[in-house]
Design a protein around this ligand. Sequence first.
Ligand SMILES: [Zn+2]
Length: 395
Amino acid sequence: MLNLSEDKARYHSLLHSLNRAANELRLYNNEEARKAREILSKELNKKGGDASLKINALGHAHIDLAWLWPVRETIRKGARTFSTVLRNMERYPDYVFGASQAQLYQWVKEYYPALYEEIKERIREGRWEVQGAMWVEADTNISGGEALIRQVLLGKRFFQEEFGQDIKNLWLPDVFGYTAALPQILKKSGVDYFMTIKLSWSKFNKHPHHTFWWEGLDGSRILAHMPPEGNYNSSAAPRAVVNSEKGFLDKGIGEECLLLFGIGDGGGGPGEEHLERLEREKNLEGLIPVSQGSAQDFFDRIDKEDSLYKTWKGELYLEFHQGTYTSQGRNKRYNRKMELALRELEFAAAWKVLKADNMNITEEIYPSAFLDKTWKETLLYQFHDILPGSSIARV
Ligand SMILES: [Zn+2]
């Protein structure tokens, strides 16, 4: 009601119904609540018309792998968040949830194997979406080019081996700016889509589009989308739906946008309040329609050859978190030393393979298990609150 104009009949019918419902409530017992709900259900059953814009809602729980807590707490955060998701899926058949970061799945697999099996089942069923080709949601300003390629290589490989899925989207809701090298790296790695919300946080200039082609240094283009609410912790309340429609900068060109609901940063994810709201917003007079679905299906639908989406060329710079190129300089120095050392080790090992007189390539000749383990640890430390220096000192 608060999001409608007072000129609207809908505003007044809601006002009257709410008033009548409130008058039923004196003792707040079950009988009174039933009567109040009966009055309100009439309003909640009024349908909308044909919509020019739709919302694809998707359950989300942004989990920083370290931030105001160390990595070891994140392992527990993952387990708590994912358990909540699984239990709510039993109660809400429309519920679709997505989670990124191969590293997080790897921890669940290692520390909570029973939970991991349940997650696998929901992935098979299609209600749990595996997102974001990278090993972690990595910083892309300081991380080197080779490391960004490894993020995608090792992320995609994990998801392929564990779930039999080729992940085609990059999921970086919260990273502090995006290098112009990314579209080329992604395109060549078989990633066609990119999701972030972070540019909505820019302090001075408003990024001009929510759905756009992002063109990199070599001319490679990928399709990018930013949920117009500018928030990856959406309440999924009517105000979130109204703000998505109001804020969407590509109205008339784009016909769909994403809404990411659930509590995040330290995980948590969607609660029953989000899911109950969504039950009522599928087709409701006064709101554009909202349905739950995966991000990949959303991208597949909006990726149209004849689209009129605009193109953004070059870096996606975030005018907000400052000092991310300089804070905790030691971390940055050792990250670069590590990247260079790994390159040299691999170069030397490859040379050794060429010089080997038999085809039996042992770990001694080419340390592939050691490289895999060391790269994964290096990639973890490129997480977007670790390498930028935005975590607590303990991290
Ligand atoms: Zn984050």
